[in-house]
Design a binder for this molecule. Sequence first.
Ligand code: SF4
Ligand code: ZN
Length: 727
Amino acid sequence: MSHKVFSAVARGAHKFVEQAEAAWKGAVEKHGEDKVVEFPQTAFYLPMIYALTGRKVEKLADIGPVLEHCRRDLLHPVPEQNTWLPYLGHGLDEGAATMFAQEILCALDCVNGYELPEGYYGFLTDTSQRELGIQLVDGRMPGFAALLGPAPDNETAVKVIRELQKRSILIFLCANRDGRTMKQQLDEEDIQTGWETYIVPTGPETRYGTMVLNWAVRSALTFGGKKPGQFAEILEYSRDRVHAWGMTFGESPDDWYATGAGAILMGYPIISDSETTPEVRPTGVCVYEALVRETDYEQLVPTCVEVRGVKVKVEEIDIPVPFAAALEGERVRKEDLQVEFGGKKAHGMEFLRMVEMDEIDDGDIELVGEDIDGVEPGTAMDLGVEVLVAGRQMQVDFEGILERQIHRYVNHAGGVMHMGQRNLVWLRISKGTYEAGFRLKHIGTILHAKLHDEYGQLADKVTVRIITEPAELQRLRERAAVAYGERDVKLAGMKDEDVDIFYSCALCQSYAPNHVCIVSPERLGLCGAYDWLDCKASHQISPSGSNQPVQKGRTIDAAKGEWEGVNKFVYDYTNRTVARYCQYSLMDSPMTSCGCFECIVAIVPEANGVLVVNREYLGMTPIGMAFSTLAGSVGGGIQTPGFLGVGRRYLLSEKFISYEGGLARMVWMPKEFKEEMREDLQKRAEAMGIPDLVDKIADETVAEDSAALLEFLTKVQHPALTMPPLF
Ligand code: SF4
Ligand code: ZN
C-alpha cells in the first residue's frame, strides 16, 4: 500500500530539491553570493531550516550547505517497484528535504521580487502568530487546517469551509489544480478571505504550503522555549501541542505527497477526499493515523477532527444565520449594509447589570420600540441593549467582564458586525442577514445562549431588553453612565496592597509549559486580555481551571514585589524552573513571558532607561532590534533580566517596574503608540510629579539609533539620565 505513497514522496522531494538548486544557482549568478535572503518580519531567518537544523540563512551563500544536506542526508533513491521497507523513515527525511527546498524557493521568490496574486499572504509573520496566541491556547481556536487544491466544485468548497468555521478552525489555503484554486472558488461565492475571517491563502503554488508549516514550527521556539537545532524536541512539541492537519482535494500529484510528508514529520496528519489515496495508518509519528481517506464530504471535517484528536464544540444557536467564532472578524461593508446602529450617524450602547434572582425570568427577551422590519438599506438607528443577569455566585464586580463579552458574541453571527463597547457601540447588519430573517430579538437569543454557555456558573438567569424607543433609551443611558463611572473608579482605585491574593494565569502553558502570569490588581497579564478581576471571575467559574488564587504570604521585599507565597507558587507551576518572581522589577527575577505579549519593555543601557515597543510597530528601535527580533529573545517561559513582555495598560500602573523608578525610565516608544496612550501617560506622569515627561520620551521620528537617542535625551534633560544606575 504505502509503496505508492513513498515513491510519490521521493519523486516529489527530488523535484523540489532540484528546483531549489536551479533557482539558487540562478539567483547567485544574478545577485552574487552576498545578496541578503530574508522573509519579512521574522526573527527566525528561514524558520523551518533554522528550527530543525539550527542554520541561519542570511544570504545566498548560506543556502548551499542546506541544499547539500538535503542531497547528502535526506534524499533517498525512489523505491523500486519490488522493494519494500523501510519506507517511513526515508519518507520523513524526504518530507524534511521538501520543506527546506520549498522554503528556499519561497525565499528566492522574495529575492527575485516575485509578486503573489492579490489576496495571498506568502510568508506569515511572527506577529500573526502572537496575535492568535491566546485564542489558540485557550481553546477558542482548537486547531488549524491547511487545504491543498480546489474542491471538486464551489458548493463543496463552501460547505467544507463553513464546517471548519463552525468549529472555529483556522484555515490556510494553498496549491492549485490546473491553475484553479480554492481561493478562486471562495471569491466566486463571495466568501471573504484573510486573517479577519480566519481563511488565510498563502499562495497558489504548492511550495507555499510550507509557509503554514514554517509558521507552525515557530511556536516551538516562541512559546515552547525550544532552541533552534533541537529537532527531536521541536517535532515532539509540534506533534503534541500544535493541533494542525492537512486536507487534500482530488488525486494528489507527487509534489503534494512530498509536502504531506513534511506535514506528517511535524505530526500533522493528512486527510484526502480521493478514492485513489492509499492510507498510512501506523501511529507514532502523528498522534493517531498519518494519512487517511474520507470520501464522504458530510464526514470530511468530522473525520479530520477525529484523526487529529482535537476537541471542538459546535455552537448551535437558534438564529437564521450561521454562528461561529471564526466569523468574528467579518466586516459588513457599506454596499452590503441593511441597517446600522451607533457609529457616526446614530447612538448605540450596551449595558449589563446584576439583579436579584426573583427580579427576572430566565430567557425573557423584550423589544421596546420599533424593530427593523422594512427599513431601507443603509438606515441608521439608535439602539440600546440591556442585559440583566442574576445568579447566586454573580457579583457586581463581574458586570464589566460579562458586558465585554457582548462584542465577541454578537460578532460571531454571520453578517453582523460589532465594534466598541459601553456607550460607543457600532453595530451593522448586512442585507443578506436581514433577508435571512435576522431581527433585533436575535441579539437577545445570542446573548442569552452564550452567557449561559460560557458563564453559566455566574449567570443562573439572563434576560435581554433591546431598546429603540427614545425615552426608554434615554433612561438606560443615564443609568448606565452612572454605573460605568462607578466601575472605573473602583478598578482604578484598587491596589496590590489591598489584597492578600493574586491570581495566576496558566492558559498559555499549553504552548509555553514553563510560563505562568502572576496577575495582581496593578499588573494585568502580559497578553493584555486578563486583569485581576477577570482571573477572579474565571476562578469562580471553573475552580480547578487556569486561574488559581496565589496567597502572597510573607513579604520578602515590598519594593521589588517579592513574596514567599508567590515564589513558591511560581516554582511549583513552572515545572520547578523559576524560583523567584519580583512583581515590580525589570532587573531582578522579572516575570517570564510566553509569547503573546502586547509590548516588550527593554533596557537601553546607554540611556540608563528603558524603551517599550508594541507588536504593531514594524520599524527599528534604538537598540538595533525590531519587535520581532526582541520577541525572539523574550518568550518561551524564560527569565531575561532587562526584558519584559507586558500588557499595554501595565505601563500606566503605579507598579510598572516601580523598583527601578517606573515610567520615569521610559526613554523611547513608537510615535503612534505614544499618541494612542498620550492622555493616560500624561495623567500618570503628572501623578508622578513629572508633567513634562511624555514630551521627553523619544520616538522613531527623533531617534532610530542610540546616538541620536542620547542626543535627544540630553537636550530635553530626560529624568532617566540622572537616576541611579540600572545595573
Ligand atoms: Fe497567557 Fe498570561 Fe494572558 Fe494568561 S494572562 S492568557 S498566561 S499571557
Ligand atoms: Zn501567552
